[in-house]
Design a protein around this ligand. Structure first.
Ligand code: NAP
Length: 255
């Protein structure tokens, strides 16, 4: 059987932050079918209970859940310690929570911008800092984080969201450079547009990537201890081209 560091895949202990996210739920369904232990955190108790019940029915060997607004960084240390104690250890931490925000509103209102940056970057950085130090002490573990292709280059239609993900991706790059030598794997996940609640109202969303295919690629990337995952894969060359468009041209585009 495939192994993730010391434990077999089926014995893995996984913490999921933002467990009611469409992408997280689809990923957890795969892990549940493998018999993993899951500790789920989300802010909506009703949705969280439904997800937890579904994952138990699908074969997870252990499922416990905690309700928390992850914007509340003061709660993070106690929350994370509780999750580790409940599962009796931790192999993988998966961060999935995030908001798209309202770009038009944020352009006029700094507080809206600050809220998006807090939820998508500052709060994850608080969680990741605790988790990285926990794993470094044990010389093992994986932190897998949902960033976005939107963070690869700011553009006028979503640069507030994009900059929150750019900051998050850069933080993960630096952290990886620090902790890889300690045996800790940092996976930056950069999905392109994917069919979930976040994108349901967007034009053309019916053509977006299937959430189950995205989840499958994420599970494989974690198993292979990859550094970065563009998913679907074609977003890697697309973003390479977009990143290299000269600024004098890029600033005239309507993207
Ligand atoms: N879908 C895409 O096209 C796409 C593309 C690239 C990256 N991503 C990223 O992938 C991640 C998952 O997104 P998704 O597509 O699965 O969207 P989603 O279904 O809307 O999930 C977002 C989740 O974040 C949770 N959340 C937001 N703020 C929170 C907070 N303060 N505390 C706790 N939970 C909070 C939401 O909880 P509630 O349900 O309670 O609101 C929701 O469960 C996000 O980080 C997103 O930025 C998505």
């Amino acid at each position: 059987m495939a192994t993730t560091q010391n434990r077999t895949v089926s014995q893995r202990k996984i913490l999921v932050l933002g467990a009611t996210s469409g992408i997280a739920e689809a990923t957890c369904r795969i892990w549940a079918s493998q018999g993993a232990s899951l500790f789920l955190v989300a802010r909506n108790a009703e949705k969280l209970n439904a997800v937890a019940q579904d994952l138990r029915a699908r074969g997870a060997s252990f499922v416990e859940a905690a309700v928390a607004d992850l914007d509340d960084t003061d709660r993070h240390p106690a929350l994370l310690a509780h999750a580790v104690n409940a599962m009796g250890g931790l192999d993988v931490a998966y961060l999935a929570h995030g908001v798209l925000g309202d770009q038009t509103r944020a352009e006029q209102d700094f507080n809206s911008t600050a809220r998006i940056l807090h939820t998508n970057m500052i709060a994850p950085v608080s969680l990741i800092t605790w988790l990285a130090n926990f794993f470094v002490e044990r010389h093992t573990g994986t932190i897998a984080v949902l960033s976005s292709v939107a963070g690869d280059r700011g553009r006028k239609s979503n640069y507030v969201y994009g900059s929150s993900k750019a900051g998050l991706s850069a933080f993960l790059d630096g952290l990886r450079n620090r902790v890889d030598r300690e045996g800790v794997n940092i996976l930056t996940i950069k999905p392109g547009p994917t069919k979930t609640a976040m994108t349901a109202s967007m034009k053309g969303s019916e053509k977006f990537a299937d959430v189950n295919a995205v989840a499958k690629a994420i599970v494989t990337a974690i198993d292979k201890r990859m550094d970065t995952l563009y998913v679907p894969f074609q977003w890697q060359p697309i973003m390479f081209v977009i990143r290299h468009i000269p600024e004098r041209v890029f600033k005239k585009l309507n993207l």
